[in-house]
Design a protein around this ligand. Structure first.
Ligand code: M6R
Length: 624
C-alpha cells in the first residue's frame, strides 16, 4: 500500500511528483523518495533522493540538496513490507549502474529466487527490499534489446512476466529522455492525461490538481507514456489493449482539509453529505431501487439462498450491521467474515451464493483475494465500494458505489456510514427483487434512510461535551465498549477507532457476553461506553442493556452512555450521557457511531498523535 507517482510533461517533474506524493501520503509514510531523469554532459542520467519517515523529511532534504529541473520523474511514499523503514530501503531503487530507477507497490513473492540469481551473477544488493531486484533485472533485459522505440516497455513486459505476486512498478531509464513505463498486477495504477502531459498514480488523487481525464489499467498490463508517441497500453505478451477512459468527478478541493485541523474531522463533518449522496438517485420513478452496475439477472438474484459479507476492519463492521438488516428484510441467511480468513477455511459456496464484498478503497488485497476465491467457486459477487474504477468493483458481478467522496484520513469515517447505508440498500433491493417487500414498503424504509443525513447533522452540532469527555479520557489505560444487536458492531467500531488513533487498549463486546469473562477487567474508574438500543426496539433488548450498565457500574466502571432522546431509563446509571436523535432500530448505527468517532479523534489529538496518519497503518492495505 505504498503511493506511486509518475510524470512526463513540460512542468518541472519534481514539483508535480512531490505534489502527488503529498496527496498519496495516506497510503504509507515510512519513507519517501523521488528520481528524475536529466540531460547530463555525456547523455542522460538519473538524480534521486530518498529519506526514511514522512514526506516532510524528504522535502527538507530536497530543500537542502535540490535536484535539477526535469520533465520526467517518479516518486514513492512507502508502507514497509520487506525491509525496515530506513533510508536504504526507501524507494526509488536504482540499478548498480544508476541508470534505472524503480518504484514499487506490492510484494514480489519470488524475489528471493530472483535475488539469488542476480547475486550469482555478481550483483551486490544494496537494500533488504523485494523491489531492488526489478532495477537490476530491467538493466539486464533492456541491455539485451535492440535500440528502438518501445524498448523500455518491452523490457518492462519481459521483467513483469518473471515476477510473481502483486506489483505496480514505475520505471525510468537514463537513456530514455521521453519515456516512462509502468506495469501492474494485483495492485492499483491509473493514468492521468493532461494537455501534452501524462501522469501515473496509485489513485487519481495523485494528479487531480492537473487533470480529471483518466485511464483505467487492467490486470497484467504495461503502460508506456512517451512524449511523442503518447500513451500505449499492452498486456504482458505485447498485444495492444484499449484502456477504459473515465472522467474523475472529485475536485482538488475535495482532497484538502477545508479548514479543519484534521482530514478526519473534515470527513466526519462530511458524513451527512456522504449519506445523502449514497442515497441519491437510488429510487426510480416506480419506486424500484437502482444499483450502479448489475451484471446479474433478476433470476440470479432470486436464486440466492445464502449471503456472505466479506471485508476487513471498519468495512467488516459495516458487514456485521448489514447482517441484521439483510436477514430481517430478506430472510436469507447471512454470514459475515473477515476477508483474510475467508478463503483459507474453504467456505461452502456455489452459484446460488451471493458474496457481498465491502471496501472503501476497492484495493484491499485480503478482500480482493476473497472475491477471487468466491468467483472461482462460481458464487455471485456484489461490491460495495467508494473508489470508482478500483479493482474490487471491476472484478465483481454487481457494484453499488458509496458516494462518500475521497477519504484521506487513515481512519474510515464517512465511508463507514456510507457503507452501512449501501448495505441497507442492498437488503432492500434483494427484498424487492425477490418479492418479499412491495415497492411501497421499500419506499417507506428509504424515506427513513433519507432522514439520516439530518439526524447525523444533529449529532454533529452537539459534540462539544463529547470532545470535553475525550480530553478527560486521554490518560485512560483501557476503554471498553458494549452493545447489543446492531449496537454490538458499533461497539467494535468504537474500540477500533480508539485503538488505531489513540493507541489505547480498547475492546468491543456484545453486552451480554460481558458476564462470561470480560467483566473481570472492570476496575474502579474503568471507562465503559455503552451503546443503548432504542426503548422502542424489542423491549427486552433495551432493558437488558440498561441492566448491563448497572452491572458494570456496580463494579466501579465510569459509564459513558449513548442513548436516544427521551430514553430516561438510562439517566440514573450514566456518568456521562450522550444523546442521539430517535432513529429506527436497524438504522441506529448511522447515528450512534458518530460520537465514538469524535471521542477517538479528540483523545488522540489530546495525546498529541497524528490523527490522520496513525503509526504502523496505511489507508489502503494492498498486501495480504
Ligand atoms: O479500503 P477498505 O475498506 O477495504 O479497508 C479495510 C480496512 O483496512 C479499513 O477499514 C481499516 O480498518 C480502517 N483504517 C479503519 O479505520
Amino acid at each position: 500500500m505504498c503511493g506511486i507517482v509518475g510524470y512526463v510533461g513540460p512542468q518541472n517533474a519534481l514539483d508535480v511528483v512531490l505534489e502527488g506524493l503529498r496527496r498519496l501520503e495516506y497510503r504509507g509514510y515510512d519513507s519517501a523518495g523521488v528520481a528524475v531523469r536529466v540531460d547530463g554532459p555525456d547523455g542522460g542520467e538519473l538524480a534521486a533522493a530518498k529519506k526514511a519517515g514522512k514526506l516532510a523529511n524528504l522535502e527538507k532534504l530536497l530543500a537542502d540538496e535540490p535536484l535539477p529541473e526535469s520533465t520526467i520523474g517518479i516518486g514513492h511514499t512507502r508502507w514497509a513490507t520487506h525491509g525496515g523503514p530506513t533510508d536504504r530501503n526507501a524507494h526509488p531503487h536504482l540499478s548498480a549502474d544508476g541508470r534505472v530507477a524503480v518504484v514499487h507497490n506490492g510484494i514480489i513473492e519470488n524475489f528471493a529466487a530472483l535475488r539469488a540469481e542476480l547475486e550469482d551473477a555478481g550483483i551486490e544488493m544494496r537494500s533488504e527490499t523485494d523491489t531492488e531486484v526489478v532495477a537490476h533485472l530491467m538493466t539486464a533485459v533492456y541491455a539485451g534489446l535492440p535500440e528502438s522505440p518501445g524498448r523500455l516497455a518491452e523490457a518492462m513486459r519481459l521483467v513483469s512476466g518473471r515476477l510473481e505476486g502483486a506489483f505496480t512498478l514505475v520505471v525510468t531509464h537514463a537513456d530514455e529522455p521521453d519515456t516512462l513505463v509502468a506495469s501492474r498486477r494485483n495492485s492499483p495504477l491509473v493514468v492521468g492525461i493532461g494537455d501534452g502531459e501524462y501522469f501515473l498514480g496509485s489513485d487519481v488523487a495523485a494528479f487531480i490538481a492537473h487533470t480529471r481525464e483518466a485511464r483505467e489499467l487492467g490486470q497484467d498490463q504495461v503502460v508506456e507514456i512517451d512524449r511523442t508517441r503518447g500513451l500505449t497500453v499492452t498486456d504482458f505478451a505485447g498485444s495492444v489493449v484499449e484502456p477504459v477512459a473515465y472522467t474523475v468527478d472529485w475536485d482538488a478541493a475535495a482532497a484538502e482539509k477545508g479548514g479543519h485541523d484534521w482530514f478526519m474531522l473534515k470527513e466526519i463533518a462530511e458524513q451527512p453529505q456522504a449519506i445523502a449522496d449514497t442515497l441519491l438517485g437510488r429510487l426510480g420513478e416506480d419506486g424500484e431501487l437502482i444499483l450502479d452496475e448489475v451484471r446479474l439477472s433478476d433470476q440470479e438474484l432470486r436464486d440466492i439462498d445464502k449471503i456472505f459479507v466479506v471485508s476487513c476492519g471498519t468495512s467488516f463492521h459495516a458487514g456485521l450491521i448489514a447482517k441484521y438488516a439483510i436477514e430481517h428484510w430478506t430472510r436469507i441467511p447471512v454470514e459475515v467474515e473477515v476477508a483474510s480468513e475467508f478463503r483459507y477455511r474453504d467456505p461452502v459456496l456455489d452459484r446460488s451464493t451471493l458474496v457481498v464484498v465491502i471496501s472503501q478503497s476497492g484495493e484491499t488485497m485480503d478482500t480482493l483475494m476473497a472475491l477471487r476465491h468466491a468467483k472461482e467457486q462460481k458464487a455471485r459477487v456484489l461490491a460495495i465500494c467508494n473508489v470508482n474504477g478500483s479493482t474490487i468493483p471491476r472484478e465483481s458481478d454487481a457494484v453499488l458505489y458509496t458516494h462518500a467522496g475521497p477519504e484521506v484520513a487513515v481512519a474510515s469515517t464517512k465511508s463507514f456510514l456510507a457503507q452501512i447505508v449501501a448495505c441497507y440498500l442492498v437488503g432492500l433491493f434483494l427484498a424487492q427483487v425477490r418479492g418479499i417487500k412491495y415497492a411501497d414498503e421499500v419506499a417507506a424504509i428509504v424515506a427513513e434512510l433519507q432522514k439520516l443525513p439530518g439526524a447525523v447533522e444533529q449529532v454533529l452540532t452537539h459534540m462539544e461535551p463529547v470532545r470535553e469527555l475525550g480530553r478527560s479520557l486521554a490518560d485512560a489505560d483501557t476503554i471498553l465498549f458494549l452493545g447489543r444487536h446492531v449496537g454490538f458492531p458499533v461497539a467494535l467500531e468504537g474500540a477500533l477507532k480508539l485503538k488505531e488513533l489513540a493507541y489505547i487498549h480498547a475492546e468491543g463486546f456484545a453486552a451480554g457476553e460481558l458476564k462470561h469473562g470480560p467483566i473481570a477487567v472492570i476496575d474502579q474508574g474503568t471507562p465503559v461506553v455503552v451503546i443503548v438500543p432504542s426503548p422502542r426496539s424489542r423491549e427486552s433488548v433495551h432493558g437488558k442493556v440498561v441492566s448491563n450498565i448497572q452491572e458494570v457500574r456496580a463494579r466501579g466502571a465510569r459509564t459513558i452512555v449513548i442513548a436516544e432522546e427521551g430514553d430516561d431509563d438510562v439517566v440514573p446509571y450514566a456518568d456521562h450521557l450522550i444523546r442521539v436523535p430517535r432513529t429506527p432500530t436497524l438504522l441506529a448505527p448511522v447515528v450512534t457511531t458518530v460520537p465514538l468517532q469524535i471521542l477517538a479523534c479528540e483523545i488522540a489529538d489530546t495525546r498529541g498523535f497524528d490523527v490522520d496518519q496513525p503509526r504502523n497503518l496505511a489507508k489502503s492495505v494492498t498486501v495480504e
